[in-house]
Design a protein around this ligand. Structure first.
Ligand SMILES: [Zn+2]
Length: 91
């Protein structure tokens, strides 16, 4: 890693993603899973069943939630302030 790359990641707000940042639920503090949109393939389906990721469906809106908390059944938007209630995929 060089400084240019780090500077670029910070400037584009992608440093968290680069470092494998895993957001925690603001409500219960447990690790949240990523929400995947579009048609899932078989690998994605398997992971969703295991609760490793959350299927957001094919509808792509202007703003979609990004992370899902399995415990609270909430799907959080990028800023982790707004959320919607959604049942888990496997229930
Ligand atoms: Zn939670």
């Amino acid at each position: 890693m060089n400084d240019d790359l780090i500077g670029y990641l910070i400037a584009t707000d992608s440093i968290d993603e680069f470092l494998g940042y895993e957001p925690k639920c603001p409500n219960c503090n447990s690790k949240m899973i990523e929400i995947i949109y579009g048609m899932p393939d078989s690998t994605t389906m398997e992971k969703a069943k295991k609760g490793e990721l959350f299927l957001g469906g094919c509808m792509i809106e202007d703003e979609n939630p990004k992370y899902h908390c399995n415990k609270c059944r909430r799907s959080y938007f990028d800023d982790l302030k707004k959320y919607i209630n959604e049942p888990n995929n496997w229930e």
